[in-house]
Design a protein around this ligand. Structure first.
Ligand SMILES: [Mn+2]
Length: 325
């Protein structure tokens, strides 16, 4: 498959590079690395995502080039990074193949629906950035410093700073090479994880005080209200990582953060410690799910929403417990 992708990239002149909506560090890092490398090859690149970018990745080079709308095509190819499903892409990605060109999909989700005309999908890859790295190596393209920062950021993010089981020898070797190329691990991780507005920490302290346990202590729930955002001057793009505090509680297998969108409307985001997969939870709640995460929009009063979410998670535990028994 790589041969065909390499061929399309060599021949093409104008590319649309994109990633899943509400991008995380991997989606952003992988697509930034790719967009940057394509520009180095002399290609014209539109880098598109309609959603606000997480505050802690905005220091990466090339972020300011990301557009929230797509100019009129046609493109020779559209390359989607870290995107398992078509509806995770922004509305601006052209629907017709005449306009978007060959759709290339670089992904590592277990749940990948192989949305591309050409799919490079490897669930064993630690991050989508690893796939970009492999592609650039295949093309004999030298990894520049800007590309190196972006790939390192994608690996750092998706391995939870080299903590998750997805951390493998391949990604460690790649990172070793990226450090040789000039990446500073501390500069990068301090920018991403240890540089935050005071308002975010104030917001976190309010949110942590909402911690509740359910399902016999296996589910932890945090709540973010609009009032908390107003009182602290915090914003929605600051919430990334909050849910991990809930997941870190001893005995907790699934953590949930409920974010009030408007009156009686909550965005629910679940994270699993890894023993229980969340594919079906998204479906149960009319949202979306992968192995480690799920999200859905829930309407109703806060107490009702919590109950419904806890009930759905309880169903998952039953299935998981029955499988073990
Ligand atoms: Mn990823």
């Amino acid at each position: 498959m790589f041969d065909l992708v390499v061929e399309v990239i060599r021949r093409g002149r104008r590319f649309l590079v994109t990633m899943h909506r509400d991008p995380d560090g991997d989606a952003l890092g992988a697509s930034l690395a790719l967009a940057c490398a394509l520009r180095e090859m002399g290609k014209e690149v539109v880098h598109y995502n309609p959603d606000p970018l997480p505050f802690n990745f905005r220091f990466l080079s090339g972020v300011n080039e990301i557009t929230r709308t797509v100019p009129v095509g046609p493109f020779d190819a559209t390359i989607a990074c870290d995107t398992p499903r078509m509806d995770w892409l922004g509305e601006g990605v052209p629907k017709s193949s005449e306009k978007r060109g060959v759709l290339i999909n670089l992904d590592h989700h277990k749940s990948s629906q192989e949305i591309g005309d050409l799919n490079v999908v490897d669930p064993d890859a630690a991050s989508a950035g690893v796939l970009v790295y492999r592609l650039l190596k295949e093309m004999g393209h030298e990894i520049s410093l800007n590309v190196a920062w972006a790939i390192y950021a994608s690996i750092l993010t998706d391995t939870g700073s080299f903590r998750y089981d997805s951390t493998d020898t391949e990604c460690m070797r790649i990172c070793a090479e990226l450090i040789d190329a000039g990446v500073s691990p501390w500069q990068l991780s301090s920018n991403i994880y240890e540089t935050q507005p005071a308002s975010r920490l104030k917001l976190l302290s309010k949110v942590l005080s909402t911690l509740e346990l359910a399902q016999g202590g296996r589910l932890a729930i945090l709540t973010v209200t609009r009032r908390m955002l107003e009182e602290t001057g915090g914003s929605l793009d600051m919430l990334d990582g909050f849910v991990n505090h809930a997941r870190s509680v001893e005995g907790v297998e699934i953590a949930l953060i409920l974010v009030e969108q408007s009156e009686n409307k909550y965005h629910a985001s679940f994270r699993s410690r890894g023993n229980v997969e969340l594919f079906s939870l998204g479906k149960r709640l009319n949202g979306r799910g992968t192995a480690h995460g799920a999200s859905a929009c829930l309407t109703g009063r806060l107490s009702e929403v919590k109950q419904r979410a806890a009930h759905a998670v309880g169903g998952l535990f039953e299935v998981a417990d029955a499988a073990v028994a």
